[in-house]
Design a protein around this ligand. Structure first.
Ligand code: FAD
Length: 596
């Protein structure tokens, strides 16, 4: 049974060398204390949890799944013990607010931990990651008394959190939700309605579950502007902090699904459950976006983490499996055949995976650094520009990294041939577990629409201009670095294609109401492709200018060769994407409905 290994070397190289975390974090109050040694020590301990506690119960969790019996959910064997170890180790509070018992670590560190969680055991990862997202929303939007009452228990792992948005008739279009909130004399609300597809909606891991529920107040405006956010505990919580009586929240059933079998997905019934308003009335969607944006970056990490595990399995399999001979003659004369890693097509698969994984890890980390700037910097101009980049990058990190993650897992499965299709090697589980990340937290189609509509067309490309200025700076700073010539030429060409394409879309959108929707998916892919190129350019520049130190010649050489592969074999896709976008909406809208 293959076991996950945390990619510590790659993570450290990105953190310390490419993004120079120490230089970045040290000027900001709140992250000043983070030395290289402390960051590395945290990553090493995180790797132990992932490798020794979570990975060993990944395949059994998939086989056994969650069970629903007599209104109660039971997680697979081993999950309760693992959760206890996780919570007691303080891992639930890593990025939490120190005022309420959190450790105040930056996002740039926790994204690496989250990637490890997803790689080792994606089902398990969702329990703490949803909890972190809900704690963040409560901390930003909740009243002081709600924070005091609930945050310490979310950070300690005594409670977990959920996000309850979806209803049977309202998925992407949350404006249609029907769950009701009736105001009570004591300032609380009675929540009534049914939510579906709620991850971690019920389970046996923690004492209590704190639901963050979207509902409508009487007389609220129609649509998305009439939604409020409520905190609804599964069990009421006494003033002492002790767990009290059931609060009118019950699990109606659990879903039987393609993957993530050990992560429970529930139908939740709220029957006059007591809830508390979080944020302002009718501003619930904006508050919920705090959770959703956090989770969207995490979903990108689900793609990267699972793809990395798939790559680990595929890479070692390709070195062992003997089939056929190398095109240049036998490389293994004593044996009947050569290992399949000699074949150019197998190398294509492995290198595609390696290039995507490293760039995806870099992109999620880069986004996390921008989030840290927004949170910890006291320089308003820096905060504003980082905030713009976070807005632009989040839908790309979600959609592009999960699309690549799924395809990479399928590619990893392909490297194993028939052995990838059977359960023993774990590849088919990774494919099943990766698939959902393209769907939940807003489908990738909706992410692409957000990127194209709200984040680009609506502001005339203002957010994109911040990114382009950063890329231009990078290009001019590395113009004279030997070995960067081909890469910088490619980046500059792609930058021009991206700006030309954006301008053409902005122009067509003035007269064609279908243009934004027609261009959006291709545009998200174009942006993703260019950003992966920018990440590889940064990795290559760092590898080329690295003197002697912690990283071996062979490791640095491997990075340079993967960069060359990316720019020659993957990056040119931006040209065909631009061509596809340029054709506009005509062929998409030409068919009559009955012709489908
Ligand atoms: C395993 C699992 C776990 C989940 N966990 C949670 C959870 O914890 N909390 C929660 O609230 N929800 C959760 N969900 C729900 C999930 O977020 C939704 O399924 C998702 O947002 C899509 O909604 P939908 O399924 O209703 O699809 P629909 O909204 O019906 O979409 C169907 C298709 O139409 C497309 N589409 C819809 N509207 C547009 C548009 N305007 N323009 C272009 N295309 C459009 C979509 O992209 C999609 O391809 C979970 C779902 C699953 C399967």
């Amino acid at each position: 049974m293959p076991q996950y290994k945390a990619p510590l070397q790659d993570m450290r190289f990105l953190l310390h060398e490419v993004f120079q975390a120490e230089e970045f974090l040290s000027p900001m109050a709140g992250t000043q204390e983070l030395s290289t040694e402390l960051m590395d020590a945290i990553l090493e301990e995180a790797a132990k949890i992932a490798e020794e506690v979570l990975s060993p119960i990944n395949q059994s969790g998939d086989r056994l799944g969650c069970k629903f019996d007599n209104g109660k959910v039971k997680t697979p064997e081993g999950f309760r013990k693992a959760y206890k170890t996780f919570a007691e180790g303080g891992w639930s509070s890593l990025t939490g607010d120190p005022e309420f018992g959190g450790q105040g670590m930056p996002k740039s560190l926790s994204v690496l931990f989250e990637e490890m969680l997803f790689g080792a055991n994606a089902s398990f990862a969702l329990y703490p990651i949803l909890t972190n997202g809900s704690a963040l929303a409560l901390n930003l939007h909740g009243s002081q008394s709600l924070k005091q009452k609930y945050l310490p228990n979310l950070y300690s792992g005594r409670c977990t959190g959920t996000m309850c948005l979806t209803e049977s008739h309202a998925g992407s279009d949350l404006g249609m939700i029907k769950t009701k909130a009736e105001p009570q004399d004591d300032g609380s609300f009675k929540i009534t309605g049914t939510k579906i597809f709620i991850t971690a909606g019920d389970h046996d891991l923690a004492e209590n579950i704190i639901h963050f529920v979207l509902a409508k107040l009487p007389g609220a405006p129609a649509g998305a502007h009439g939604i409020s956010l409520f905190l609804v505990p599964k069990f009421s919580v006494e003033e002492s902090g002790e767990v009290g009586k059931p609060n009118g929240v019950s699990c109606g059933s659990i879903e039987h699904k393609m993957g993530l079998k050990a992560s429970v997905t529930c139908v939740l019934n709220f029957d006059m459950a007591t809830g508390y308003l979080v944020g302002e009335q009718n501003q619930g969607l904006a508050c919920m976006f705090t959770i959703m944006n956090y989770e969207r970056l995490s979903m990108g990490l689900q793609g990267v983490g699972l793809a990395d595990f798939s790559y680990q399995v595929a890479g070692s399999y390709a070195k062992d499996r003997l089939q056929g001979r190398s095109p240049s003659g036998s490389e293994n004369p004593g044996q009947m055949a050569d290992p399949i890693i000699v074949h150019p097509d197998v190398r294509r698969m492995l290198l595609t995976m390696r290039a995507n994984i490293m760039a995806g890890r870099a992109l999620t980390l880069y986004t996390a650094f921008k989030l840290d700037k927004v949170k910890f910097s006291d320089n308003p101009a820096e905060k504003e520009s980082a905030g713009k980049l976070v807005e632009l990058l989040t839908p790309i990190a979600k959609a592009y990294c999960t699309d690549r993650g799924f395809v990479d897992c399928v590619t990893g499965q392909q490297v194993l041939g028939g052995h990838g299709y059977i359960s023993e090697w774990g590849q088919e589980q990774l494919v099943r577990d990766a698939r959902i990340a393209q769907i939940y937290e807003g489908t990738n189609g909706i992410q692409a629409l957000d990127l194209m509509g709200r984040k680009t067309v609506k502001n005339g490309g203002e957010l994109l201009a911040v990114l382009l200025a950063e890329i231009d700076d990078f290009v001019s700073q590395h113009n004279s670095l030997k070995g960067m010539e081909q890469c910088l030429r490619s980046i500059s060409d792609a930058r021009k294609t991206l700006t030309d394409t954006t301008e053409a879309i902005l122009h067509r959108a003035k007269t064609d109401s279908s243009e934004v929707g027609a261009a959006s998916y291709g545009y998200m892919e174009l942006m993703g492709c260019v950003l992966y190129g920018y990440m590889w350019a940064r990795i290559l520049a760092t590898a080329l200018s690295y003197g002697a130190g912690k990283y071996s010649e062979s490791y640095l050489d491997g990075l340079k060769k993967t960069a060359q592969f990316y720019f020659e074999k993957s990056f040119p896709r931006y040209k065909s994407l631009a061509e596809e976008i340029a054709s506009g909406s005509g062929s998409l809208m030409a068919m009559d409905v009955e012709q489908f």
